[in-house]
Design a binder for this molecule. Structure first.
Ligand code: GLN
Length: 447
């Protein structure tokens, strides 16, 4: 704890943490020391963990990096966080992120951007940018984030660390602030695959407070990390040949592909015809869900309340206009539009149909291949403000991560090399739902 606190205090400019739980973390560490001495410590004893500011932790501020939740404190602890604590993890603080997890650069936070520790003129990716930088810069051992369309994998790729999005429903979402409920999953950012496996094993599993969570038994992922199997792997040609893909990212990842082939794995190019529909489908469905989920922030129940209101309607309007940042407002408006009576069938219903096609095609490919590989992101970390004026350009940063989210399958980003500027490049792997054991074992083998 002392080691990480010292690192956090030495690098305040990174802006990765919104709050540090200094005294509490030391108290937890003392308690863990005592348990270790008596031989009864939990599986995570001594692991120092940071939480993205979307996970509820009783008695602690929680605001999704938004002003609309200013002053709000959690009344309960998220199931996933509860399970970490029960295994003696130490929670060191609350991490900066894009407001309500909407973004791909961490520039949408009301607390200012997070800086990439490899090059502080660049973004860390998002929305779990603070969580990724915290691991990258050794400010904690691992972070717990959320991934709706890439928010754990893409910042992991930009920061040279491991980012795991489990199968949809593998981890309870109770206590996770909702963005788009049919996509949201709690994910893990860590230095090693082993740490990701251990944390997944602790957090996953059924929970009476989340009706969508899977009741499948939870394997001991951390004990299943060795593999010498030869796998059948599809590399998605359309992604590797897509126009916006940076040439150094492409060459590095094709190099990994060749390396796997030489090691005896069977690699085949596969077609995925829906690449152009991925980002539009994702943004129609997630903004629709977000416009509904964020309806609860009305100035009455949580956090911020406008002081300029004259009646109930103006209380709602002014609170939301003052409390939500521009990107969140844009998405609420987009989502409200696609759900409106005149446009519902043209946009929302159609996007749901396309989601089904994307899911079916992804599942079909995964019946024939153990893994699908593709880049995590089309570029390495871009410069601060490079994409802020153009929301569409920012949305395209998600082109390769939203497939797994639309299909609900597990996906991981692992560091695969660096470009000429020393910026890290991530390789993404997807596999069949609930096959995290082989996803983790194979990632561990590649790393
Ligand atoms: N960049 C994507 C978005 O803005 C992903 C965010 C996320 O996964 N939370 O929606």
């Amino acid at each position: 704890v002392a080691h990480y606190l010292q690192n956090i205090k030495q690098k305040p400019e990174l802006n990765a943490f919104l709050e540090i739980f200094e005294e509490e973390a030391f108290a937890q560490a003392d308690a863990v020391d005592k348990k270790l001495a008596s031989g009864h410590a939990g599986k995570l004893a001594g692991m120092v963990i940071g939480l993205k500011d979307v996970l509820a932790y009783e008695g602690h501020a929680l605001q999704a990096s938004s002003q609309i939740l200013n002053g709000f404190k959690s009344l309960y602890t998220a199931t996933a966080v509860q399970r970490l604590l029960a295994e003696d993890a130490i929670i060191i603080g609350r991490q900066n992120c894009d407001e309500f997890a909407m973004g791909a650069s961490n520039e949408n936070s009301s607390f200012g951007p997070v800086l990439n520790a490899d090059d502080t003129s660049r973004v860390p990716g998002g929305s779990s940018g603070g969580s990724a930088v915290a691991v990258q810069a050794d400010l904690c051992l691992a972070s717990i984030g959320s991934d709706t369309g890439g928010s754990v994998r893409q910042p992991a790729s930009f920061c040279g660390v491991v980012g795991l999005k489990p199968t949809y429903s593998r981890i309870s979402r109770y206590g996770l602030i909702a963005y788009a409920s049919s996509f949201d999953q709690i994910g893990i950012i860590s230095k090693s695959v082993e740490d990701a496996a251990l944390l997944l094993e602790v957090m996953a599993g059924s929970d009476e407070y989340d009706s969508t969570v899977s009741h499948r038994p939870v394997p001991a992922y951390s004990q299943m990390l060795q593999t010498d199997k030869k796998y059948k792997i599809g590399y998605i040609r359309d992604c590797f040949e897509s126009e916006g893909l940076d040439t150094q990212v492409k060459e590095t990842l094709l190099g990994v592909k060749d390396m796997l082939q030489e090691a005896g794995h069977q690699l085949e190019a596969v077609e995925f015809p829906y690449l152009d529909f991925m980002v539009p489908t994702y943004y129609i469905l997630t903004t629709a869900e977000a416009s509904s989920n964020l309806g609860r922030f009305d100035g009455v129940k949580y956090g911020y309340r406008s002081e300029n209101a004259t009646d109930l309607t103006s209380l709602y309007k002014k609170t939301r206009a003052e409390g939500f940042g521009p990107e969140v407002q844009r998405r609420i408006m987009l989502g409200t539009f696609v759900l409106s009576a005149d446009y519902y069938d043209a946009y929302y219903t159609k996007a749901q149909r396309v989601r089904r096609l994307i899911k079916e095609k992804t599942d079909e490919l995964l019946q024939n291949y153990d893994f699908l590989i593709l880049p995590t992101a089309p570029t390495t970390a871009f410069r601060l403000e490079e994409n802020t004026a153009n929301p569409l350009a920012m949305y395209l940063a998600d082109i390769f991560t939203v497939q797994a989210s639309l299909a609900g399958v597990p996906a991981i980003s692992i560091p695969a090399g660096r470009d000429a500027n020393g910026l890290s490049i991530g390789l993404q792997l997807m596999t069949r739902s609930f096959e995290e054991p082989q996803l983790l074992a194979f990632s561990n083998y590649i790393l």
